[in-house]
Write a protein that binds this ligand. Sequence first.
Ligand code: WT7
Length: 631
Amino acid sequence: MNLFELSTRKEYNTACKNAAENPEIFWDDIASHYHWQKKGFKTLDWDFKEPKINWFQGGKLNITENCLDRHLKINGETIALIWEPNNPEESEIRMTYNELHIAVCKFSNVLKSQGINKGDRVAIYMPMIPELTVGVLACARIGAIHSVVFAGFSSQALAERINDSTCCAVLTSDGMYRGSKNLAVKTTVDEALTSCPSIKTVVVVKRDNSDIQMMANRDIWYHEAELNVSDYCPAEPMDSEDMLFILYTSGSTGKPKGIVHTCGGYMVYVGYSFKNVFQYRKGDIYWCTADVGWITGHSYIIYGPLLNCATTLIFEGIPTWPNAGRFWEICDKYSVNQFYTAPTAIRSLMALGNKWVESASLKTLKVIGSVGEPINKEAWDWYEKLVGRSNCPIVDTWWQTETGGIMISGLGDINEQRATFAGLPLPGIHPVILDVNGIEISDDGIEGHLCIKFPWPSMLRTIYGDNQRCKHVYFSNYDGYYFTGDGAKREDGMFRIVGRVDDVLNVSGHRFGTAEIENAINSSTLVTESAVVGYPHPVKGQGIYAFISLETGNHSEKDVNISVISAVVESIGHIAKPDIIQIAQGLPKTRSGKIMRRILRKIAEGNTEDMGDTSTLLDPSVIDSLIQGKK
Ligand code: WT7
C-alpha cells in the first residue's frame, strides 16, 4: 500500500495505525519518496525536556533538488508557478519547472557572487512577486538561512528581526502594488538598515520603477547582477538538521521569536501533508491566498506544492480590488482546483454581498481550505454553499508557525466533515487535550489545553539563539508535551479549536502578543501605561482594544489617538493598529501591581454583568469608571 498518497478512509486508518505502532518505520517510508543525496541513519532522536529533536540524522539533501531538479526530466515543461499581478490589466507570468530551475540557479549565483555562504542568514522583505519565491529557493539552494519578514511590517520591526539573527543581506524590491496603493519598500529597508550593522548587501528587484536611493558598495540591482552569472548552480549538500529557515512570530512577551525549521524533517512533512490535505493530483491548479511572509506561504505556496510538482498560483493583490469579485475571477481565469484562504477573507467578502461570488462559475473547484483562526458557523456555511457550491469538502487546517505543517484537518473528502471542526489529526500526529492539572481529558465536549505528545518531522527545533525560551514557552507548561497555546475540545475524535489561551491575539489571522502592542503604545510620549486585550470582531475574528492612561497635561482625544496609532505603526506596522482606544483614569491593578486583564477583557467584550472576584483590586472603583468610558 502506498501510504504517501492517501485516497481512502481505509488508507488513512492504516497510515495512522502504522505511524502509531512504529513511527520510525512509518516516517522512513514517507521519507523514501524524496531524493536524498545520502540516506539518514537514525530516523528519530528526541527529548522534549531539553528540547532536542533530530529527524533523519546523517541524511544529506537539498530541498530545492526535491522541489525542482528531480521533476525536470519528465515534468520540466509543467507549469510550476503562475503569477497573477495586482492589476488585472497587467499580464500574468507562467514559469515552467525548467524556467524556475534556471531562475533559482541564477539568483543563487548572484547571492554567491556577493559572498553569501551556507549558514549565513538572509532577510527577505519583498512583495508577492515571483522573485520572492525565487529568492527563498535560492537561499535554500546555497544553504543560506532565509528569514522572510512580511512586507507590511515597519522598518523598526524589520530591523529588530534582522538584528536578532544577524543577517548579512536583505533581498527586497524598489516598491510594491497593493490594491489601489503604490507603496515604498526599499525606503523602509533603508530606514531599517540605519540600525543594522551586520548587513553587507542589499539585492533590489525592480517592480514599480520608483525612484530609489542605491547605496554604493551595499546595494545592487538584481536585473543587472543576473546578467553576469551562470544559469546553473549546484545544490549545496545539507544535513537533515541544518537550518533551512527562521520565521519570526509573536508570543506572549514583547520580543518576537525566531522559529527555527530544519531541512530534512520540514521537507518530508510539508510535502506529505500538502499532497493529502488538498488531495492534490497531477495537473491540478492550486491556489493559496496567504502571503509568503507567513508560515502558510512558506509551506503551502512554495515548498509543499513544488515538492509535489504542482502548479502553484501566486497573487500579488488583495481580495477587494478592483472589486470584491477578484478572488472568484482568478479562480475562473486559471481553472483553480484547490483554493486555500482565511476565515477573515471569507467574512469580509461575505459582508460585501453574494453577487460577486454568484456570478462566477467556480466549477473547477474540488477542495476549499481554511486556515489561521477558528472559522465560525456562518462563514463556514457561506464558504461551503457559495464558494464550494455544496460540492467541495472544506478542509479546516489547524497548525502554527511552530508546527511547520498542518496538524489537524480533513483530507479532501476522505474523512467525515463537521462544520467548525478542524477534524482528525494527520497520520503520526498525536494531539491531546489536557486539564489544568495536566491530565489528558478523554471525555467529549470538555475544553482544555491543546498539546502534542510525540514529535513530528516538521516541528520547530528551537528559537533562534534562545533554546531556553523555547523550552520555557513550549515544553515546560506540561512535562513531556509540546504546548500549543490553544484551547480545544473534542467530539467523536474530532478536534474543535476554540482559540488562544495565552496573551496572544489573532487579528485577521495575524498573531500579536498583547505585550508587544503595549510596548509599542508606551513609546508614545503621551502615554504612561497601557493594557491591550482582544474582543470579538465580526470580520477580523479578534479586534485590538487598548486601554491607556496618560501623562498629565491636556490632550484632545484626537491627538491621543494619532499619537498612539503612529507609535504602533512605527514599531510594528499598520497591521497592528488598535481598533479601539479608550483613555482610562486608571487601570484595574491588584495590590501587588498586576493588571487584571480578565476584567479588561470583559469590559472590551461588553460583558460586564459578572466581574468575578475583584477583592484583590487596589481600587475597585476603577471598574465603574472604565465601564462608563467604554467605547
Ligand atoms: C495560531 C497559529 C499556520 C496557520 C497560520 C497561522 C490559530 C491556525 C487555525 C484553525 C483555529 C487556528 C491558532 C494557532 N489557528 N489555524 N484552522 N482553526 N485556529 O499561523 O501565525 O503561527 O498562528 O493560529 O490559534 O495557534 P500562526
